[in-house]
Design a protein around this ligand. Sequence first.
Ligand code: ATP
Length: 401
Amino acid sequence: MLNKKSVDDINVKGKKVLVRCDFNVPLKDGRITDENRLVAALPTIKKLIADGGKVILCSHLGKPKGEPKPELSLAPVAARLSELLGQDVKFAADPEVVGPNAKAAVEAMKDGEVVLLENTRYRAEETKNGEAFSKELASLCEVFVNDAFGTAHRAHCSNVGVTQYVDTAAVGYLMQKEIDFLGNAVNNPTRPFVAILGGAKVADKLNVIANLLEKCDTLIIGGGMAYTFLKAKGYEVGTSLVDDEKVGYCKEMMEKAEKLGKKLLLPVDTTVAAAFPSPIDAEIEVSVVAADAIPADKMGLDIGTKTAELYAEAVKSAKTVVWNGPMGVFENPILAKGTIAVAKSLAETDATTIIGGGDSAAAVNQLGFGDKMSHISTGGGASLEFLEGKDLPGVVAANDK
Ligand code: ATP
């Protein structure tokens, strides 16, 4: 799965190359409010331009639900990409995505020029991986490159269907980087390998817990999901977030860790408050209590100080660290301490550090540690599925080397 043909393995001189990017950027009043995804796509686009390809870009944006929605047009992306690339990116406005306008724009292309198609989700077939739209996309090009890791866990026309009708389907640099970091970490890690899981619910990450427990040497649990584990240990957890249906599962995981000889670290203390903060960043009164002494009327909202030290210590001896999900309600500065402590320990280690997931990536960036990490995944859902050990359709569909 990991040995995929990349843009370094293909010759695109004079050829039409369709590149599936992830230009799903946040927009406000037609303006792009975070252009990280555009910047992340530049290396592949520049490489294909430099190699003399005719570069046809495509992406989805938001959820137009299969029909043209002007507020979800990719036109603002074409304008900003032109500035970032320092060359014109022609926008092929076309309600059918691959309609007469798009075809004419592609026909007129010279080597090294760039065209951006309209939002692929203007077409209802896109998310159903329909044959007709897949063929239409393929008809525009001779070579296909997939650089959209954020949608790699979905089988859609523009990342999977299209590959059936082209001779060459390679991956771009961004996709390659994600595969290399996440793939190596999970399947071939330099040990000790420490995995840190947090976030809201156990139920969201059942398969991630089970898979990482097998792959890692130490599994650290924090965030809201920790309280279901503490309950499984027979502790009182007060009004903390608990998934009663998953208490048995947590017990199983603890037994599994024991059997496999893996370390499973749970909070030894926790920061509690009378209730969940409202609004989320409200100033609230908190105290730190031992994990087995949570008062019945209190809610655990962050790991405690001793736990933060314990987790930081575990990270120190690691050579590979994968982190998904915050340690507490990090949106509130009073409850962000555990997440900050863990982020800091990752920032200070020489280990390969990989952040997977939307909220964890946001937390790390928001706390100012972004540039200290080896890799911050651009795909929330896709990186989680990778950590679950699942094959990602968007990756599988590319040609092997
Ligand atoms: P994504 O799923 O987008 O990749 P993620 O996996 O990083 O994100 P989520 O599972 O979505 O994380 O959980 C993040 C949320 O969990 C945050 O909004 C945070 O406030 C919340 N959270 C963390 N700890 C607790 C807690 N103890 N009680 C309640 N909520 C919590």
